[in-house]
Write a protein that binds this ligand. Structure first.
Ligand code: HEM
Length: 363
């Protein structure tokens, strides 16, 4: 029995020794193998020489040329301006994907989130801008029924386009976990259809705003002073303003330049029938550029739109009446648009005497 025990423990210690040796061997090899290049100085010199002359690997040279979009022969036919023609590998697709998925979808999402947080933080610190004087009941007409219809037509389509556009941009990350791949695929199909159909109708809104509201929105020295005084939003002053104040004029020009000029333009440029009508050659590079401009500018526009909605609703007492009822209290008019109020306060009398002034007061 004793001999058997001695035999077993001898076998065990032998195995343990072997395992320790094997482990040590693996460890030493793992440390030494990567440095074997240094043990063969000749090989190292050859590699360095190859690196210096740039001919390290003929296959990497080949793929370098391919990635640079170098000209060659391919069976893809097309015009000379089309980047696909005689190009084996179209690098623009990869670049576009990196910009779309990285810069725009990733940072754009965070940007919108931070804008929302900033507005919440501002509201918690500043609170609502209240009226200094209690309302007397005297009302001043501000936007006509037609102007309000134009505003809400534009706003409704803007919201529909934002929801569908954001769903397409952030859907993979935000909606697939919620709806699952099938649910998202269904919603994405609906979104793209709503987006492409509503887009052209929406563009009519900013276009008409430009035509009808340009006269209120020509910048002047009063607007500069309005900004220097914090627009009555930062601080407690009430800087002077005409029908549109400095902030509203900036929003108006954002709607026209960033909205109509960049977002609507690039959106139109991506629609098939528009390209056909204007004879635009639809290359991948063209589609990628227009898509990046469209998505990046739309995100910026949505961020500023959130600010517009904030100040038009919970940010300032009495402002929403202007666009819902069409009239505001005389106290609101005096506090936020004093120059305009002076112009229109007697409109009632002037309207009766046949004047064309647009404002009117109702007690
Ligand atoms: C839910 C969304 C929206 C709300 C609550 C809202 C609210 C308002 C309010 C209350 C006003 C009147 C301000 C005043 O009389 O001083 C206004 C004006 C205006 N809104 Fe909106 N709005 C919304 C969406 C939009 C959208 C999507 C656009 C354009 C794309 C837009 C463009 C304008 C313009 C251009 C003005 C007139 C400013 C000027 O003449 O300079 N709004 N909005």
């Amino acid at each position: 029995m004793a001999t058997q025990n001695n035999f077993t423990s001898a076998v065990r210690s032998k195995r343990a020794r072997r395992m320790t040796l094997a482990m040590a061997f693996i460890l030493v090899s793992a440390l030494i193998l990567p440095t074997t290049g240094y043990l063969f100085p000749d090989l190292q010199l050859t590699a360095q020489a190859q690196q210096a002359t740039g001919d390290a690997n003929t296959r990497s040279d080949f793929w370098r040329v391919v990635r640079e979009g170098g000209a060659g022969y391919s069976s893809v036919t097309g015009s000379a301006t089309n980047l696909e023609t005689n190009t084996l590998y179209n690098i623009t697709g990869q670049n576009w994907r990196q910009i779309r998925n990285g810069l725009i979808a990733n940072y754009g999402g965070w940007f919108l989130f931070l804008v929302l947080l900033a507005i919440i933080a501002f509201y918690s610190l500043r609170g609502r801008i209240e009226l200094d004087q209690p309302e007397s009941g005297v009302r001043v007409a501000r936007w006509t029924f037609w102007e309000r219809s134009l505003h809400w037509y534009t706003a409704t389509l803007f919201i529909a386009l934002s929801i569908t556009g954001l769903s397409l941009l952030f859907g993979r990350v935000l909606l697939i976990p919620l709806l699952g791949p099938e649910g998202f695929s269904f919603w994405a199909g609906i979104s793209i259809n709503i987006h492409n159909t509503a887009g052209p109708f929406f563009a009519i809104g900013p276009l008409l705003m430009f035509i009808f509201w340009l006269r209120h929105n020509i910048p002047n020295a009063t607007d500069v002073a309005w900004f220097f005084k914090g627009g009555g939003i930062v601080g407690r002053q009430h800087p002077s303003a005409g029908k549109a104040n400095g902030g509203e004029k900036v929003w108006f020009w954002i709607v026209i330049l960033l909205g109509l000029g960049a977002v609507c333009f690039s959106g139109f440029a991506l629609i098939g029938w528009v390209q056909e009508y204007f004879g635009v050659e639809f290359t991948r590079a063209y589609a990628q550029l227009m898509h990046v401009v469209h998505a990046a500018c739309a995100l910026l526009w949505i961020a500023i739109f959130i600010g517009h909605v904030y100040i038009g609703t919970i940010g300032s007492a009495g402002s929403l009446d202007a666009m819902t009822k069409g009239h505001v209290s005389a106290e609101w008019a005096k506090q936020h648009h004093d120059i305009w109020y002076e112009e229109v306060k007697d409109a009632d009398t002037q309207a009766q005497s046949g004047s064309t002034m647009e404002g009117e007061t109702t007690a």
